[in-house]
Design a protein around this ligand. Structure first.
Ligand code: GLU
Length: 478
């Protein structure tokens, strides 16, 4: 069997959106699992949709996400060039061959004539007018330099069939396919032609792409057949939806890989999550590294039905990656985000990071988790009331002086020491330990909910500040 070769063929039209990256990922996983090659090809023949800088975004995103290609414009390979605009002459050469084979023909009709060919529904459909030109007429027009396009010659009858590995048997009647343009008047190929020529010349064995190409594939097959080339195996992927009604799309400004990285998602969690959008591993594991995804990947696991992009689930996965990260990795990734907090620079950075490490799912949540440290001030004393913990304003009033006494005696100001002494104090006062810890935490933070318990926070803000805050809070009750 031939070596498996897959490709990712994005058009450089802006950011690399989640759907595009999933197509790339599946192509990568499938090739790597089979020990094959994964190719990047830039499809830039539609100059109207070209966005400056987006080729670089594609290179950067793929490297950054780890979905790295073996061949491509910036890494080379034996099947280049890998940018379609650099292959222009090649397409013309093959288009002429296809004309000789009867699979295509020159069309000299003016855009006005083509536009006038409306059917009852107002759809324009070319009427094969130029198919009837004689060889001599065609040559005369070419010699006179008349502008032309090259169109595919689709049979009027019959049905094109093939087996898609996800969607099964596909059949499209040729009468429903128009003689589409293969080479435009500027000499550039359309996607409909270039994808066939390139997939063949680049030795692509498995074409993995979005479902939007499922029903145009029979017309590509006509060309493979006309040239006498083997058709590739097709794997079309289900759409990714924003909700049950709307597709996720970069045209709607839906988030790209880059946006999610900026939002503070762990990169591996983005790749991990998009792998699950349309594919389930047999063992139902959810958290998988790129290596594990590769080992588990199989075409049988690809679903036919659309999948809904669930940012909450991706956040959860990101949080799982953060929990498993060692402190140093966490620190280096979290630094740009923690700098946004009011508390940054006021307390020991490592301690701040420890406080939040297992309490955030994405890095951008860090500032809001620790800003409270800098927001201490007057508060509603009813915060001391907590029926579940058996705490009340009265109890706070009576025990805060004891807490102050107890903590004032402590020199080794560590979370563990502070915790032990408060637990001892609660036993001595014969009150619930939870009640005492609740009161202490409210008194030093003025917040109902905080990242970290009383003694963790006390350690962080230091002894003087802790005692100062306890006194302040006691005064509020008096
Ligand atoms: N350039 C096409 C796109 O971005 C690629 C489709 C394909 O993979 O064949 O949609």
């Amino acid at each position: 069997m031939n070596k498996v070769r897959t490709r990712f063929a994005p058009s450089p039209t802006g950011y690399l959106h989640i759907g595009g990256l999933r197509t790339a990922l599946y192509g990568y996983l499938f090739a790597k699992k089979q020990g094959g090659d994964f190719v990047l090809r830039i499809e830039d023949t539609d100059t109207n949709r070209y966005v400056d800088g987006s080729v670089q975004i594609i290179y950067d995103t793929m490297r950054d996400s780890g979905i790295m290609y073996d061949e491509g414009p910036d890494v080379g390979g034996n099947y280049g060039p890998y940018i379609q605009s650099e292959r222009k002459a090649l397409y013309m050469e093959y288009a002429k061959k296809l004309i000789e084979l009867g699979g295509a023909y020159y069309c000299f009709c003016s855009p006005e004539r083509v536009a006038s060919l409306k059917d009852e529904e107002g759809n324009v459909r070319y009427d094969k007018h130029c198919l009837n030109l004689s060889k001599e007429e065609i040559q005369a027009k070419l010699d006179a330099g008349e502008p032309f396009v090259i169109r595919q010659n689709v049979p009027l009858t019959g049905t094109g069939t093939y087996t898609d590995l996800v969607y099964g048997e596909i059949a499209v009647d040729y009468k429903d396919i128009e003689d589409g343009i293969l080479i435009k008047s500027d000499g550039m190929p359309t996607y409909n032609f270039a994808n066939v020529i390139d997939d063949h010349l680049m030795g692509i064995t498995h074409v993995i792409r979005g479902i939007e190409y499922l029903s145009s594939t029979p017309k590509y097959n006509l060309m493979y057949d006309a040239f006498g080339w083997d058709r590739p195996t097709y794997i079309h992927l289900p759409p990714i939806m924003k909700d049950s009604q709307h597709k996720l799309s970069k045209r709607n400004g839906d988030a790209s890989y880059e946006d999610f990285v900026k939002k503070g998602f762990v990169k591996e969690s983005i790749v991990n999550y998009i792998a699950l959008l349309g594919w389930n591993p047999k063992n139902n594991t959810e958290k998988m590294s790129l290596k594990e995804l590769t080992d588990n990947f199989s075409l049988e696991g690809i679903n036919k039905s659309p999948s809904i992009f669930d940012e909450t689930k991706m956040k959860w996965l990101s949080g799982e990656y953060i929990k498993e990260m060692n402190f140093d990795s966490f620190k280096s990734l979290a630094m740009p985000f923690i700098k946004e907090s009011k508390a940054f620079g006021k307390y020991d950075t490592d301690k701040l990071l420890n406080l939040v490490k297992n309490r955030v799912q994405i890095f951008s949540e860090i500032p809001s988790k620790i800003d409270f440290l800098e927001e201490f001030g007057e508060f509603d004393v009813n915060l001391f009331v907590n029926d579940k913990q058996k705490s009340s304003v009265e109890l706070a009033k009576s025990v805060i002086p004891n807490i102050i006494d107890e903590l004032s005696k402590i020199n080794d100001w560590s979370n563990q020491n502070l915790f032990d002494s408060l637990v001892n104090l609660s036993a001595k006062l014969e009150i619930k330990k939870q009640a005492l810890l609740w009161i202490a935490r409210i008194a030093i933070t003025a917040k109902e909910a905080t990242a970290g318990g009383a003694t963790e926070i006390a350690e962080l803000i230091g002894k003087d500040e802790t005692i100062k805050r306890l006194n302040f809070s006691l005064n509020l009750i008096k």
